[in-house]
Design a protein around this ligand. Sequence first.
Ligand code: DOR
Length: 450
Amino acid sequence: MNGRRLLIRDADVALPNQVCKTNILVQDNRIVAVDAARDQPADEVIEARGLTLLPGVVDDQVHFREPGMTHKEDIESGSIACAAGGVTTFLEMPNTKPPAISAQPLAWKYARGASVSRVNFGFYIGATDSNVDELQAAKHAPGIKIFIGSSTGDLLVDEQDALERIFAETTLPICAHCEDETTVRANRAALGESLTIHDHSRIRDVQAAVIATTRSVDLAQRHQHRFHVLHLSTAAEIPIVQDAGPYVTAEVCPHHLFFSTDDYERLGSLVQMNPSLKSSDDARQLWDALTADKIQVIATDHAPHTLEEKQADYPKSPSGLPAVENSLALLLDRVNQGRCTLSQIASWMSDAPARVWGLVGKGRIEVGYDADLVLVDMQLSKTIHNERQWARCGWSPWAGQTLQGWPVQTIVGGKTVFREESLVEDVRGTAVVCDHARGGYWATPDGIGV
Ligand code: DOR
């Protein structure tokens, strides 16, 4: 066998259907054996007894602000935060300045990613009401992002004709930000001018989310177009996405699982995001839906703004919060609490998003898959500190929380990119390859699916 070989020995490994102690052999950037011999000759051996090996996290919703807002984050700093958090692949949103709505800015992002990103990357193309030609031509993007409700930036498509055209005339999978613009504007007008942060969840209310999610799932079903509902925030959306058929998948973010409107008192606009926080009962029901397999994916919607920007009086404060470097630890802590299993985490955070977006070689510890891996220490207890965040904005809404279960070594394409709280400088990720013909999340090994 030629090529550089890495042996990861004696880890508890999250294989697709079980967690078991075994040895993983990597050659160059691929997994070539699970259950390899312990004394297998290798160029590098990682003694991982006592640690758990997971597939690297695939975060399909991040905002890295480059070009245009690099004082908040850029592709390099965002990718370093990913590496620190065990995220080995990110898919980035188009609401940059200029927005990625055509071939040229998209090609620019891919070139930039290849030069600076420490983990693997993909970039969505954004929909407008008049760029169907560009959406058709964007073959390398993992998918199309539609802001059916407006958020940070000025991307918005909420006219029915434009939405019908996008679903009818494009082939890439679509994902959407689902908050109904008309409802949001009416709520805002009704509340007048002296607003507090608590009004954010009254403006972007349950109805706004339900109307837009219902509308977009209907479009997907009628046009038989693969569609992924981003960041569910309400219990009322669960029945809309559950059993919505083979074209529809859904995701939830850590902030909608672990915060609620009760947290405005303590955290103010630090927990202002779109879709807004809802009640603690919504958060509880979203968690229950996730563990009952009614929601497939966890992603962060990592959306950094500086602390100074966030501390402006509402509604001048921008929506969004950073999360890529803490999302895995937040979920590992839940495993330690007995609330979910390592296998569920590997599915929600790695395998499911890779399948939704047809990411070739991603999301599993299996022979033939890419060696994008994360070693975690389930015993390690650490407190989140703003000063220790790698994201450029330098704060976390979870600062002060102590979690048990942390990533300790992140491997991208067979190379260690992050270990013992330090970045390994010379590692770069590569662009994801998408095979949409494979059928998406609901495809079976027999190829049935869409
Ligand atoms: O809160 C949010 N912030 N939600 C989004 O959908 C966009 C994001 C951002 O880009 O700031």
